[in-house]
Design a protein around this ligand. Sequence first.
Ligand SMILES: Cc1cc2nc3c(=O)[nH]c(=O)nc-3n(C[C@H](O)[C@H](O)[C@H](O)COP(=O)(O)O)c2cc1C
Length: 359
Amino acid sequence: MKLLEKITLGTEILQNAIAMAPMTRSRANSEGVVSDLTALYYAQRAGAGLLITEAINISEQALGSPLTPGLYSQDQIDAWKKVTKSVHDKGGVIYAQLWHTGRVGHSADKKGNLPVAPSAIGIKGQQHFTSQGMKDYETPQELTTTEIRQIVKDYGKAARNAIEAGFDGIELHAAFGYLPNQFLSESANLRTDEYGGSIENRNRFVLEVMQELVDVTGRDKVGIKLSPTVYYNNIENSDPVAQFNPLIEALNELPLAYIHLMNGLFPLDNYPHYPKNALETFGSISKHMVIANGGFNKDSGEGELGKGIAKIISYGSLFLANPDLPERFKLNAELNVPDGATMYGGGEKGYTDYPFLKD
Ligand SMILES: Cc1cc2nc3c(=O)[nH]c(=O)nc-3n(C[C@H](O)[C@H](O)[C@H](O)COP(=O)(O)O)c2cc1C
């Protein structure tokens, strides 16, 4: 079974072709510092070929949701050191997912500051989870060109901190409607400077950040997560193929470890012009290793690897609920069912207490 075979990713040999997809668990403290429980949570899942952490804020400005961790203070870095050590002690490989939420946040959790975004367009038809309950989205502050350049540098600083914390690599979160995805979208980016107004200009921010991350970490240590057909968080494009093909071709020119493609998990009835299978449409033009994500189980994951486009499958909620997922796949064992109520926030319940097969 390909899922259980060793595979080389950049400079690492992974013990299998199964990745844990990044998952926000909102269990850091109010300073964005993760606890020893987080070290245990990741160590429990170190049987994955590759662990990708929950999204980690690159700066105070980047924060969108309460109790999400950061990588911009020394306390945060020191806490992540314990996580990477606990994973490495078990022979695992762990990448840090870097996050700037852009307009997907609220002043209630940003010390009164409005969220920032490519353009002053708020998200409509959805609400945001805040420490004061669900709230309507605000109109974000449009970023100046100088501020955009500062954010690119903030990504570089966070990448440097991630390396100091012992991570094996970095993944840029450019999916699901967060800041990089906002730049890529015609509905969120109405800029008329070099960061908007044309396909090339909308791609510029992501490519500048990726170049910065490569400059900091060196070759084969940077990946990117993209979701070209996900319209959640009011992300729309009149022609996703026209927007994302040139981006993927430009990424082909950088010495990356992988691209992580998320298939659309939402119905496309109102988007008949969107490609039905993001993995086939976009994965087939990538020269990098492709990690496929989105709704896979063991059989469909194995089937996807058989198509020859993706080399690794990432599992989100199944890995959340099954710390020994690769072992369960190997033995065709039953799977624990993820509990939606304990996904975000709280303590060990629904975090570190999912049973192992041998419990
Ligand atoms: C609790 C939870 C938190 C998530 N947080 C993140 C995140 O921080 N970063 C990210 O890129 N995706 C996040 N996702 C999306 C997953 O990485 C993945 O794309 C999605 O769950 C689909 O994969 P699955 O069907 O295997 O669960 C999250 C998903 C879940 C269930």
